[in-house]
Ligand binder design. Structure first.
Ligand code: NAD
Length: 337
């Protein structure tokens, strides 16, 4: 499994994963494939263009022709491609279904046709819904939002391709991830970059939603372990350490502290409809294969704040020059005042 097709490779986790693999496995060849939606960004590859083991192609995973052309020359597909933002999927569920479900079907068909050694689907803890306990892999899928429902649909088709056609699939369900190259519409990068510019930090509802935060490198390591050591047909939770559970409002205040900014920047806004209260996962199954995520959330958060402070050109190009960013933010937050 040395020739990998990484779909959604120009996004946040995908680009971190491509970099991680090229560094860890010098004899692997990686093709990143990405539609370059508003979230896909070639700047995420700035340090990779000279690597002879790296190639990039633009296209959509729903396009069977281009997918087949790439898939016939690789050993495995790892699918990161998705419309990944809950808020956008509420405004436009159909686009989420196209990428998060239809596209997965096209990739699976290619994996079946070309007899791939693995198909890894990057999924999310959000397919479980909300919990006061912890999610385990065999538990029910009760997605509450268009994003997570479309992701759950994609996962179920992965299962069907494993059972029906024997495609050697793996599903990973990741928890909320943060770190460098995270598109600045999501909580942590939005709040860091707004705080740097003394702009309001829009906190949904009472800010008491709980997330189990995982640093992006840990997410990449978890996917790597599941990909290489996981059992085909299985699902693996890839979560942050339980000690990294935080209320959103506490993460917000911590960001302000690191940037030496006042809490008066916090603006409570109308909550997102269907917003899950808490996610938490039992990762015993992946830990048994060696997964051991960071326990010091604050250390990684501070590093991330520093990365955004030192890489202003990366996010200012998005926030100040990308028309789509401003159009979405204006529309979404105008409705939440
Ligand atoms: P992201 O939005 O930063 O990246 C998604 C990438 O997919 C973008 O580069 C985009 O251009 C591309 N893309 C979207 N639709 C496509 C299509 N139809 N064809 C080809 N490319 C397409 O998202 P991310 O945060 O990096 O998430 C990556 C994956 O991880 C997603 O599948 C997401 O569901 C999952 N995940 C994310 C988190 C998180 O906290 N960010 C947690 C768990 C799971």
């Amino acid at each position: 499994m040395k020739r990998l097709l990484v779909t959604g490779g120009a996004g946040f986790i995908g680009s971190n994963f491509v970099r991680y693999v090229l560094n860890k496995y010098p004899d692997y060849r990686v093709i990143a494939f990405d539609a370059l939606t508003y979230a896909g960004n070639l700047d995420n590859f700035q340090d990779l263009w000279d690597n002879p083991n790296f190639q990039f192609f633009q296209g959509r995973i729903e396009d069977a022709t281009i997918v087949d052309n790439l898939a016939r020359n690789v050993d495995a597909i790892l699918n990161f491609a998705a419309e990944s933002h809950n808020d956008r999927a509420i405004l436009d569920p159909e686009t989420a279904v196209r990428s998060n479900f239809n596209g997965v079907c096209v990739l699976l068909e290619a994996a079946r046709k070309f007899g791939h050694e693995r198909f890894l689907q990057v999924s999310t803890d959000e397919v479980y819904g909300s919990t006061t306990d912890v999610f385990i892999e065999g538990g029910p899928l009760e997605p509450n939002q268009p994003y997570s429902a479309a992701k759950a649909g994609g996962e179920l088709m992965v299962r069907a391709y494993n059972v029906t056609f024997g495609v050697p699939t793996i599903v990973t369900r990741g928890s909320n991830t943060f770190g460098p190259y995270h598109y600045p519409e999501k909580l942590i990068p939005l709040f860091i970059t707004n705080a740097i510019d003394d702009l309001p930090l829009p906190v949904y509802g009472d800010g008491k939603q709980v997330r189990e935060w995982m640093y992006v490198l840990d997410h990449c390591k978890g996917i790597d372990i599941a990909f290489h050591q996981g059992t085909p047909g299985e699902v693996y939770n890839v979560g942050g350490d339980p000690s990294c559970e935080r209320f959103n409002i506490d993460v917000t205040k911590q960001i302000l502290t690191y940037l030496n900014k006042p809490e008066s920047l916090i603006r409570y806004v109308q909550d997102r409809p269907g917003h899950d209260r808490r996610y938490a996962m039992d990762c015993t199954k992946l830990r048994a294969l060696g997964f051991d995520p960071e326990t010091d959330f604050e250390k990684r958060l501070e590093e991330t704040v520093r990365w955004y402070a030192e890489n202003e050109a990366w996010w200012r190009k998005i926030k100040e020059k990308q028309a789509d960013y401003k159009a979405f933010m204006d529309k979404w937050y105008a409705e939440r005042k």
